[in-house]
Design a binder for this molecule. Structure first.
Ligand SMILES: Cc1cc2nc3c(=O)[nH]c(=O)nc-3n(C[C@H](O)[C@H](O)[C@H](O)COP(=O)(O)O)c2cc1C
Length: 178
């Protein structure tokens, strides 16, 4: 797919909003993602409000470039989509409930669907996840049981970075045995 080849993480955006129809059609592709046992743990919060974006940016290692993006997409995973009695304490990567790993795995698939469909529609993105879980849960006022998997910036690119290095195929693929 040319979208896979052409996508870059964009950290500088034009001061131009993304039309709501375009945003919804991008989000629709998250809805269609596969997930273990079809549990669909992903939940999304669209944030355009400047004060709210500022609060999120501060929790996201104060990455100031984020503020150039008109939309922050807070990408969460709901533990209750798998666990009926999830033991709702602090929900972090190292939480004892093993379902945490499964909801993070499944949500990542949906998030990348968003990133690729956005690219297809001329909208650029950057995954961000440089935050402490509790701080970000607070910054986005997350419901109990929501793990914040990433905050994705969305908007029209104001930079065209070169492609970033990747490992060679022979370094990541083996046939029949490792
Ligand atoms: C889970 C995840 C978290 C990331 N977090 C950040 C981040 O907090 N800040 C940032 O500037 N880039 C972040 N990135 C972007 C990566 O740095 C980027 O994907 C990588 O350097 C390769 O560059 P490319 O996406 O342009 O190919 C993140 C990417 C992923 C997948």
């Amino acid at each position: 797919m040319k979208e896979i080849k052409e996508r870059r993480s964009i950290r500088k955006y034009l001061a131009k909003d993304v039309p709501q129809g375009v945003l919804v059609s991008i989000l629709e592709n998250a809805r269609l993602a596969p997930s273990g046992s079809n549990t669909q743990p992903w939940r999304f919060l669209v944030v355009r409000d400047e004060t709210a974006r500022q609060r999120i940016m501060m929790a996201d290692h104060q990455q100031k470039w984020m503020m150039t993006a008109p939309i922050f997409l807070v990408c969460a995973a709901d533990i209750r989509s798998r666990s009926e009695a999830p033991g709702l304490g602090a929900l972090r990567e190292d939480s004892k409930n093993p379902d945490i790993k499964l909801i993070i795995r499944d949500s990542a698939i949906a998030i990348e669907h968003i990133v690729l469909e956005a690219q297809h529609q001329g909208i650029s993105t950057c995954w961000t996840a440089w935050f402490a879980q509790e701080e970000m849960q607070w910054a986005v006022n997350a419901p109990v049981g929501y793990y914040i998997a990433a905050v994705v910036t969305l908007g029209y690119a104001a930079e065209q970075p070169d492609k970033r290095a990747r490992k060679a195929l022979e370094d990541i693929v083996s046939y029949e045995s490792w």
